[in-house]
Ligand binder design. Sequence first.
Ligand SMILES: Nc1ncnc2c1ncn2[C@@H]1O[C@H](COP(=O)(O)OP(=O)(O)O)[C@@H](O)[C@H]1O
Ligand SMILES: [Mg+2]
Length: 255
Amino acid sequence: MVNVLEVKDLCKTYIVNKRQNNVLKNISFSIAEGEMVAIMGPSGSGKSTLLYTVSGMDSITAGRVCFRGKEYNRMSQKELADMRLKEMGFLFQRMYMLKNLSVLDNIILPAYQAERSPKKRRQLLQRGKDLMRKLGIIDIADNDINEISGGQLQRACICRSLINNPGIVFADEPTGALNRSASDEVMDELAKINREGTTIMLVTHNVKVAARCSRIMYLVDGNIQGEYNFSNNDSEMKLSERERLLNNWLLERNW
Ligand SMILES: Nc1ncnc2c1ncn2[C@@H]1O[C@H](COP(=O)(O)OP(=O)(O)O)[C@@H](O)[C@H]1O
Ligand SMILES: [Mg+2]
């Protein structure tokens, strides 16, 4: 399998009031095309920081990160921003969409603005609609953002994250603000997208969410303390059984 993301000896230090906080300490891992990886760990262990540094949203203090063979240290801010827009998708716990714009317009807006050619813009509009249909929200394409539920909003955000057919989707607690049934629906969609080939790296506190991933990395105090892999034959296993296995593993880590 081809590695989409390669991280070697990544360190991230924040300096606040002249005090150094070493949030990530020599982290190395890679993610292969088609994987769905969850980052778990206690609050404050550096999960969000890890996601932001490996996605090029935040700078790294030491080490190196490569996405599709491109090393961030060798890229300009403009090149990084371009790569994020065109080749990566992002999902967050609280999603921001513009009020007074329709759901469909919100989904295509960032990609649309970056595109000059009318033909490509028409294709984006079509892709936006296709994605909405696929995620079961085509009926609300013309609705205002204020008129839709939390689950619908998060599904719209998934459409937006996929608009440029990204090589990877980064998600920070994508179901953190949803109730259980909306969370299940959103995870069903993410798992489906992953089965269709999109690589996903997500942060979650939720064992149920993590149990859908192929690999779980457990972060403690800026180090990867352990990794749980569901083997290939586990994929047929019922979700409840996967949850039980993962729960046991997490309990051994004082989860
Ligand atoms: N922008 C920032 N500036 C300074 N410190 C930060 C910043 N972002 C995160 N931190 C610090 O980094 C540590 C890890 O935070 P975070 O990555 O958000 O953890 P998690 O997502 O696991 O809860 C915390 O001590 C936090 O205070
Ligand atoms: Mg966080």
